[in-house]
Design a protein around this ligand. Structure first.
Ligand code: B12
Length: 416
């Protein structure tokens, strides 16, 4: 029996991705890029910027050293300058030495990356990474980001390098980045390979829990030389999460279906940062898959009785559009959660492993467990609003709302 729209699938089947096409076009573009000759002319200034990083990364990816036209051209240029014995030669070498100043780090995908020090020009290939850079106060070093990097508003004004899964390598190269940031749970490995080929250092993150989002942010802060801001940010996130944990500890978790994509229905696996975010918000996903983004069968969902459906806004047009439409669909109407309109709608911050995810978690917790946020007795409230200097202020003042709608409105405002 097939319930609802779309193909009948089973929980646990791997999602079929729209990403296939863009991936292919990435490859075509990369091949075109690499065929272009002579690269020394078209790459101009930044040829000098990444002389050996490129070789190093290629050797990691391909298991052998291979020299490009750029490397050969650079070597010839250096030999020529050496031979001339001129002051120019000295300064060119000094310049090259200073560009060699770099630090080898192992990224979260296990790749060894030589990162120039200091990093001054960064391109971000994911909205989560863009948000993280802003949260770390590094926005002035962000020279380019993706079409989907829309938060904070200022990120929309940065030079756009295309999509996260289908970036434009010419645009990226034109920005002469010292470093490109990618995230394993969104970007494609093909993208990393193409940038490696261009000799552009790429650092990949891969947080899979909320704690790892915090540590990954801290590691980036350290690599980019802004440890103090990183520590303060981590402390703030941890403080807010522990406040939440205290409030929610006595309450049983709500059983929820998290909808990543509506058509076909795609949810989350148990080892994703979103599943962990749900747990932090006092919820548990009814989908118990070891795949990260499984396609889910509606028939199975009905059997598992989710108390709430959780949607994030802004993932393509799909989810926001379908939330209301769900109520009218025959298959979905079999769900108590749909008949009773038990929908929790949170911002797309939940889809982005970045510091703002804490706001999405708080928002969801308020929607699922409004009773945990009711007014405290006045004495306690005064104490909480005037903590001793050693303590940080509480994140949420109490809402005092018995009425669920009022609580929801307030919580939504809080996530913005
Ligand atoms: C599941 C999903 C998600 C998941 C995970 C993304 C993902 N891994 O694909 C979550 C919920 C996190 C997500 C978030 C977002 N998504 Co989304 N998502 C999808 C969806 C529904 C399915 C993609 C899919 O099938 N993934 C399964 C496979 C491909 O991914 P995977 O299991 O993680 O495996 C890959 C990686 O592991 C990678 N990999 C393997 N090894 C390595 C090593 C390294 C170093 C690296 C970098 C990668 C890498 O390669 C694997 C195969 O490609 C598509 C729409 C669709 N129907 O296709 C949109 C889609 C990919 N998302 C999209 C968007 C816009 C977003 C958001 C910006 C939404 C938002 N408003 O916040 C965020 C961005 C998150 C961020 N980090 O900033 C767009 C991307 C458009 C584009 N051209 O770039 C799509 C195509 C939807 C759309 N049409 O608008 N999304």
């Amino acid at each position: 029996m097939q319930i609802g729209r779309g193909p009948a699938t089973v929980i646990g089947r791997e999602a079929v991705s729209q990403a296939t096409l863009p991936c292919r076009s990435d490859r075509v573009l990369r091949e075109k890029e690499l065929r272009r000759k002579p690269q020394i002319v078209s790459w101009g200034f930044f040829v000098l910027n990444w002389p050996f990083g490129s070789v190093r990364q290629r050797s990691f990816v391909q298991g052998k050293m291979r020299f490009s036209h750029r490397d050969v051209a650079l070597t010839s240029l250096v030999l020529l300058l050496l031979g001339s014995g001129s002051a120019h030669a000295q300064s060119a070498l000094a310049n090259r030495d200073s560009t060699l100043a770099g630090r080898d780090v192992v990224d979260e995908a296990g790749r060894t990356v030589r990162i120039p020090q200091p990093v001054q020009r960064i391109v971000s290939l994911a909205p989560s990474l863009t948000e993280t850079l802003y949260a770390l106060g590094l926005q002035d070093r962000l020279v380019g980001d993706t079409d989907y990097c829309d938060y904070p508003e200022d990120a929309q004004k940065k030079r756009k390098v295309g999509g996260a899964i289908n970036p434009n390598f010419e645009e990226i190269a034109a920005l002469r980045p010292d470093l490109v940031l990618v995230i394993k749970s969104l970007n494609r490995y093909d993208t990393v390979r193409a940038l490696d080929e261009l000799g552009i250092p790429v650092y990949a993150t891969d947080p899979r829990t909320v704690d790892e989002i915090i540590s990954s942010t801290g590691r980036l802060a350290e690599i980019l030389g802004t440890e103090e801001t990183g520590s303060a940010l981590a402390a703030d996130m941890e403080h807010r999460l522990s406040d939440l944990q205290k409030r929610l500890a006595p309450l049983p978790p709500r059983k929820v279906l998290f909808i990543v994509w509506a058509e076909p229905l795609i949810s989350i696996g148990k080892d994703t940062f979103i599943a962990d975010a749900l747990r932090r918000a006092g919820a548990v996903s009814i989908v118990d898959s070891s795949q990260s983004w499984p396609q889910v069968n509606l028939e199975e969902v009905v059997k598992l009785h989710p108390e709430y459906l959780v949607f994030a806004t802004g993932h393509g047009e799909s989810v926001a559009h379908d939330m209301d439409a769900f109520s009218g669909l025959p298959g979905w109407r079999l769900l108590d959660a749909v008949r009773n309109r038990k929908f929790a709608v949170i911002s797309d911050a939940v889809n982005r492993p970045a510091p703002r995810i804490v706001s999405a978690i708080e928002d969801l917790a308020r929607q699922l467990h409004p009773e945990a946020f009711v007014e405290m007795p006045v004495k306690e409230k005064i104490k909480k609003e005037n903590p001793p200097a050693s303590e940080r202020p509480a994140v949420h003042s109490t809402s005092g709302a018995e009425n669920r709608e009022a609580t929801l409105g307030e919580a939504r405002a809080c996530a913005r």
